[in-house]
Structure formats: C-alpha cells, structure tokens
Design a protein around this ligand. Structure first.
Ligand code: MN
Length: 254
C-alpha cells in the first residue's frame, strides 16, 4: 500500500507531518505538498507555467517533495509519474480548520481528494475544527488517530469509484470524542464582511473579513455531528448534478 500524503497548507504545516506519521504504520508514505499555504484556493490545474518540485525535509527529518503549484497540482503530478511508484490512496490534511457544508466548495484540502477521485483513486480529506469557539489550541493528535482509522477502513473495504471521504474531527482531546458517524453535507453560515480601506497612494483596497463561520445542520450532517462531539465522515461524489431538477427543468421551454 503506497499512500500519498498531501495538504493545502504547505509542506511545512504541522498537520501534514501529523498525518504522514499517522499513515506510516499503514504502508509506504510519500509526501508531496505545495511550497506555501493555498488554503481556500479550491480545485486548480496549472497549465500556464511550468511547475517546479524540490526535495525538502519535514520537521522530523523525513523526506518530502514540495511543488510551487496548487494543492491539486501536487496530487496530479504525483499520480502522473512524479513518484517512482504510483500511489494507491491519497490522504489530504490535516487541515487546521473544519471543511464542512459549503466550505467544501472552497477547500484545497478537499480538492486534493477530488483530484484523486478523478483519477480513480480512493481518497480521504481530514480536517480539525480549529475555529470552534471552544478550541484553545489546535491539536492534531485526535485527528491523526481518526484519520488513520478511516484510512485503515478504506484500505480494508475500499470505496466506490469516484467517491471520496471528507472527515472532520472536533477540536477535543481524543478521550472526549464520542466516536464516528457517517453524515451528509450540512450548511455553513458565513459572516463575511467587506472591509474597505485606503492604500498609501489614496486608492481603495478591499479585504474580506468578518467573524468565523457558523453552521446550520441537523444531527445527520457534518455540522451537527461535530456540534454533538462526533467525528463526521461524509461520502462525497464528483457528480454535482441536482438530479431531481432534470425532470422539473425539462418541462420548461428552453
Ligand atoms: Mn488549509
């Protein structure tokens, strides 16, 4: 079993090392990650310029590759021949903030799993809810523990083709997490505010600020599961079609 570990926070992010260490008992681990933080950059493919890859060392001395492309470029390169042996599974994270509800559409962490799923590989994205108001310091130990459990489960039993898992872990000590539940995608509530300021040359600039997002989610959603103290495992698919609307909209005159 050859596991590709990647993230969107950059190759030196502590969550990446925690995830790589958690994966080592499960097989051969290769780390390929962006050379800087690309959080909230979504799913990208860089075709307009060359991509450069460098050998780097993680904080524990282990080898990794960094790439100056987007997170999903790192996955694409690794799956297209950058590594001497093609990975069997891709795991992305550990992101220090949750990727729940509408976050999924922005998330580079989840985009990495999407990229793997497009290539037909099983993939898991792992995030910890570091923006939760009760979270004092982001701890990766519990998320690493549950990430390993989920990946072991995927190795043992597989995943349907083009399905990938979005795992979110509460920011709690391991002993206080109640277990894992399989959920559906919930709804994020964003409190974004447009900040307008004037630069030193008198021109306005804009910055999206505001409070951290909240969530609206029944108990069977990712948001609901974390609020109740559980790890959320959401199966996602690449097909974004709203299937019910095919029939409804077909009745209209287009
Ligand atoms: Mn991130």
């Amino acid at each position: 079993m050859h596991i590709l570990v990647t993230n969107d926070d950059g190759v030196q992010a502590p969550g990446l090392l925690a995830l790589a260490e958690a994966m080592r008992p499960l097989g051969r681990v290769s780390v390929v990650a962006p050379d800087r933080n690309w959080s909230i950059a979504g799913h990208a493919k860089t075709l307009s310029r060359p991509l450069r890859v460098n050998e780097v060392r993680l904080a524990d001395g282990s080898q990794a590759l960094s790439c100056d492309g987007a997170p999903s470029d790192c996955v694409a390169l690794a799956l297209m021949g950058l590594l001497d042996e093609k990975p069997d599974l891709v795991v992305s994270g550990i992101n220090p903030t949750a990727n729940m509800g509408d976050d999924i559409t922005y998330s580079g962490t989840v985009a990495n799993a999407m990229e793997a799923a497009i290539s037909g590989l099983p993939a898991v994205a792992v995030s910890v809810d570091g923006l939760d108001s009760s979270c004092k310091t982001v701890e990766f130990a519990a998320a690493a523990h549950f990430g390993r459990r989920v990946v072991q489960q995927v190795i043992d039993n597989g995943l349907p083709l083009r399905v990938y898992l979005n795992v979110n872990v509460p920011c709690l000590p391991l002993g206080e997490i109640l277990g894992c539940v399989v959920t559906r995608q919930g709804k994020r509530l964003y409190f974004d505010e447009l900040i307008k300021r004037i630069d030193p040359f008198g021109r306005p600039y804009y910055w999206i600020g505001g409070d951290p997002p909240g969530g609206e989610g029944e108990a069977d959603t990712d948001v609901g599961a974390l609020a109740a103290g559980y790890v959320s495992i959401t199966p996602l698919q690449l097909d974004l079609t709203e299937h019910h609307e095919i029939e409804n909209l077909s009745r209209r005159q287009w």
